[in-house]
Write a protein that binds this ligand. Structure first.
Ligand code: DGI
Ligand code: FE
Ligand code: FE
Ligand code: FE
Length: 187
């Protein structure tokens, strides 16, 4: 599948406003890859696909998590987390993506993980700060991202963790692990 076919297929999976978000994540991923010596073309592919399963019915995601042996622990946490690993599965099986770094950037774009690759960080941060995002603290994340990818990402996770605490929701352990790992290497 070429880039245009992939774009058309992903666009058809979501409402217009989510496609606009995806375009923002594509553009921001390319910019961050250029800024931090990543791979713009592969980061863009991950960005195109990152929310491909966002609007799938939860029952369909749950079936894939159970039957395709994705981590069942996910089912104990917020449903908002599910589209990321399911999206990686869809990218591999329906879009023919075999590049593990691209698949992992999709898989971990919501939760993060310990030992995030440069590509994981770029896509996760682009998801937080693309131009259409508007939440308290997003401007500070954009400013930090001018110079420091890890500091910007920590600010993103801090905002998500704060939101989850405020909502009385459980926090997925990979998010804690991602933040702990990033702050132990900050300069
Ligand atoms: O899919 P998007 O809306 O573009 O963004 P995303 O994939 O980063 O999803 C973010 C949502 O996931 C956000 O509303 C918070 C929610 N969420 C629920 N539990 C967790 C979580 N996010 C993280 N990082 N960790 C969690 O444990
Ligand atoms: Fe997402
Ligand atoms: Fe995110
Ligand atoms: Fe997104």
């Amino acid at each position: 599948m070429n880039r245009n076919e992939m774009i058309a297929a992903v666009k058809a999976e979501m409402p217009e406003r989510r496609w606009k978000h995806t375009l923002g994540v594509m553009e921001t991923s390319i910019m961050l890859a250029e800024r931090f010596n990543g791979d713009p073309e592969r980061a863009e592919t991950a960005a195109i696909l990152h929310d491909v399963a966002k609007y799938w019915p939860t029952a369909r995601m749950e079936t894939i998590i159970r039957e395709r042996q994705l981590p069942e622990e996910l089912l104990q946490y917020d449903k908002e987390l599910w589209h990321a690993p399911v999206g990686a599965f869809v990218a591999e099986h329906d879009y023919g993506i075999w590049d593990l770094e691209i698949l992992d950037a999709i898989r971990y774009h919501t939760s993060g993980r310990e030992g995030m690759t440069l590509m994981d960080k770029i896509v996760c941060l682009a998801d937080y700060m693309e131009q259409g995002r508007d939440f308290p603290g997003v401007q500070r994340i954009r400013e930090l991202a001018e110079h420091n990818l890890d500091q910007a990402l920590v600010a993103g996770f801090d905002s998500t963790i704060g939101y989850l605490l405020q909502q009385g929701k459980r926090i997925f352990p990979l998010t804690i692990a991602a933040r702990n790992d990033l702050i132990s290497h900050l300069r």
